[in-house]
Design a protein around this ligand. Structure first.
Ligand code: ZN
Length: 249
């Protein structure tokens, strides 16, 4: 390993600044339902570094308490994280709520309800973007999303063609199969640099505040410090990146 990972990131961003091609970054954090100490920490950190935050909230399990906590947090947008984050896949299959295990009409009815619920709870913070639990969704469900008022979809990995705008995440800071804590800075920065060099669109960082250990929180603080006010990148809101205007009026 040559040098500090954040120095390597800064060097890449310096080149971007010189070339006049700043990287577009965005932050998505999944699974919020309630105000918690971890959520407070996430809000403080993103507020301190002026990083817009898209919170993917589970509609069935949330209510007024979270809406009240987010009221006044100008950097926060709210997206729809499925309906109940319930797994309908068979044993041995990858977890899915929005897969082909149930009729599309059943799944879409839940997603319509989730959208209405979060829009009414979160008002101006709400954006009509669906974040499928486990980042998985069947194509025939995707086909029905615009019909129930969704304007965007966000999963994980390279973007695939879809009948509505897609804003994906590309770097997941958690080691789900190993420690279930934060992955090391050098691994995460190497992954981010690979995406930066191979991808033209916005790059999403994926976090899950409810499971963060000190490695995960530390990485967030270090990457925010490295990128803060850097001319080689900009942290953008999903609303700006998607040019969704509804909700603010
Ligand atoms: Zn989730």
């Amino acid at each position: 390993m040559i040098g500090n990972p954040m120095d390597m990131l800064r060097q890449e961003l310096d080149q971007r600044a010189q070339a006049g091609r700043p990287a577009q970054l965005w932050l998505r954090d999944d699974d919020a339902t309630l105000p918690t100490a971890s959520l407070d920490r996430l809000l403080t950190l993103t507020g301190q570094f002026e990083v817009p935050l898209t919170l993917a909230i589970i509609p069935a399990d949330t209510g007024e308490a979270l809406a009240e906590r987010l009221d006044g947090e100008a950097q926060v947008e709210v997206a729809v994280h499925g309906w109940s984050h319930h797994n309908h896949a068979a044993d041995g299959e990858k977890s899915q709520e929005l897969g082909a295990h149930r009729p599309a009409t059943t799944v879409l009815a839940e997603l319509a309800r989730g959208r209405e619920r979060l829009a009414s709870l979160h008002g101006a913070h709400f954006i009509p973007m669906l974040v499928p639990p486990w980042n998985r969704i069947a194509d025939h469900v995707v086909a029905g999303l615009t019909g129930i008022g969704y304007e965007a979809l966000s999963v994980y990995g390279p973007e695939k063609p879809a009948p509505l705008p897609v804003l994906n995440t590309h770097v997941d800071i958690i080691d789900w199969r190993g420690t279930r804590g934060g992955r090391p800075d050098d691994v995460l920065v190497a992954e981010l640099l690979t995406v930066l060099r191979s991808h033209n669109g916005p790059i999403g960082l994926l976090t899950h505040h409810l499971v963060h250990d000190e490695a995960a929180w530390g990485f967030m603080a270090r990457i925010f410090a490295a990128t803060f006010a850097h001319k080689g990148c900009a942290w953008r809101s999903a609303r700006d990146l998607l040019q969704i205007h509804g909700g603010r009026e």
